[in-house]
Design a protein around this ligand. Structure first.
Ligand SMILES: [Zn+2]
Length: 332
C-alpha cells in the first residue's frame, strides 16, 4: 500500500520513500529536502540539511528568502515553478500553488505505479486561491483542527482590514505586526485596496520585499526603518509601518495606532486591545471548515495528520474518519 511509503518524524519531517524529506531533516538516500515556505515550523533543522549538503527544492521566492532570514544556503538549490516536475529516483515531484504566504507550495509526489502522495503544507481558501488536487495519500497539518475553530468572516477579512487601516490612517500612522511573509501578503492587499501611504519596513522585511518585488508585483513607496527619510515620514503621521509580531509590545510614536494580525480569534474580526491598539483576525490558514473541505476534495484513501504542526490533531482525525468516511487516518 502506498501509505507505507510515508513516514513522519516527531519534529514534523515528512519522509517519502526514504528518498526525499519535506519540511524537516532526516537521513534520506537521495539527500533531497523540499522547503514548502519560510515559516520556522517548516524550516526545522534546515541548517542540518544544509550542513549535510542536501539539495534544497523550493519556489524561487522561498529559496531567495532563506538567506535573508539567516540560513546559510549554499549552491545546492533547485528552484521549481508551480506545476513543473523533477525526478528523484523513481519518484516525480511537483510543487502546487498554495495561498498562504508568498512562495508557499503543496508538494505532490507521484510514484512509479502512478499512486499520488500530497503534502498540503499551510494554505487558505481551498478551491478558491489554493488549487485542489486528487491524491491517494494526503499528509495534512491541522492548524485549526478543532470543530469550533471557525471564522465566519474569513472571506471578507481583507476588505475589513483595508477599511480599518484607511480609517486609522486618517488619524495618524499605523503600525501592523505579523509574521514574516504575512506582512508581505498584507502589503499587497493594502496596495490593491487603494492605500498608497508609504510603508516603513525594518531590515529583514525590507530585504524580503525587495527580493519579492524582483519576481512579483511592485509594492510602490517603501523605505527602510531607521533612516532619515523614515523619520521624516513618521513625523508626517501618514504611513504604515510593518514589523514582526514579536515587536508588537514596543512603544509607538505619539498618536500612532497598532494592529496585531493573528487568526486566533473566532468571535469577531476586530477586537480592541487597549488605547489605539487592536487585534485583527487575519489568518493565513484555513479554519476548521476549510481544512475539512480541503480533505474532502483531495479525496484520499489514507490521511496522515501531522501532530507537530496541528492543534487538535486527534479531533480532526476522528472528524474526517467519521464524517468523510476515510478509513485509514493516522495521527503522527
Ligand atoms: Zn506557514
Amino acid at each position: 500500500m502506498v501509505e507505507h511509503m510515508v513516514s513522519i518524524e516527531k519534529d514534523g519531517a515528512i519522509v517519502i520513500a526514504n528518498r526525499v524529506v519535506i519540511d524537516g531533516h532526516s537521513n534520506v538516500s537521495d539527500k533531497v529536502r523540499v522547503v514548502t515556505h519560510i515559516h520556522s515550523d517548516h524550516t526545522v533543522n534546515l541548517s542540518m540539511s544544509i550542513r549535510n549538503n542536501y539539495k534544497l527544492i523550493g519556489t524561487q521566492i522561498t529559496l531567495n528568502w532563506l538567506p535573508i532570514l539567516g540560513y546559510p544556503v549554499n549552491s545546492n538549490l533547485l528552484e521549481l515553478d508551480y506545476g513543473s516536475r523533477v525526478r528523484i529516483g523513481d519518484l516525480s515531484l511537483e510543487l502546487v500553488k498554495s495561498h498562504h504566504i508568498p512562495g508557499t507550495a503543496q508538494v505532490l509526489v507521484e510514484c512509479s505505479d502512478g499512486s499520488r502522495i500530497l503534502y498540503s503544507s499551510d494554505f487558505k481558501k481551498p478551491g478558491v486561491s489554493t488549487p485542489l488536487v486528487n491524491a491517494d495519500v494526503l499528509i495534512v497539518d491541522a492548524v485549526y483542527g478543532r470543530p469550533h475553530y471557525v471564522r465566519d468572516f474569513d472571506n471578507i477579512i481583507e476588505t475589513i482590514l483595508i477599511d480599518f487601516v484607511k480609517q486609522l490612517l486618517s488619524e495618524g500612522g499605523v503600525h501592523i505586526f505579523g509574521y514574516y511573509g504575512k506582512v508581505n501578503e498584507v502589503m499587497n492587499i493594502l496596495r490593491e485596496g487603494g492605500i498608497d501611504a508609504p510603508f516603513i519596513l525594518p531590515q529583514k522585511i525590507y530585504m524580503m520585499t525587495r527580493k519579492a518585488e524582483s519576481f512579483g508585483p511592485k509594492i510602490g513607496d517603501y523605505v527602510l526603518a531607521g533612516t532619515r527619510e523614515a523619520s521624516e515620514i513618521i513625523r508626517s503621521r501618514w504611513y504604515v509601518y510593518l514589523d514582526h509580531t514579536t515587536r508588537a509590545r514596543f512603544g509607538l510614536p505619539n498618536g500612532a495606532s497598532s494592529i496585531v494580525l493573528s487568526g486566533w480569534e473566532f468571535e469577531k474580526p476586530i477586537k480592541k486591545l487597549g488605547p489605539r491598539s487592536w487585534h485583527v483576525t487575519f489568518s493565513d490558514h484555513a479554519d476548521f471548515n476549510g481544512l475539512a473541505y480541503y480533505v474532502s476534495q483531495v479525496n484520499p484513501r489514507a490521511v496522515y495528520v501531522v501532530k507537530a504542526r496541528s492543534n487538535g490533531a486527534e479531533e480532526f482525525a476522528s472528524y474526517i474518519s467519521e464524517k468523510l468516511g476515510i478509513k485509514r487516518v493516522f495521527v503522527v
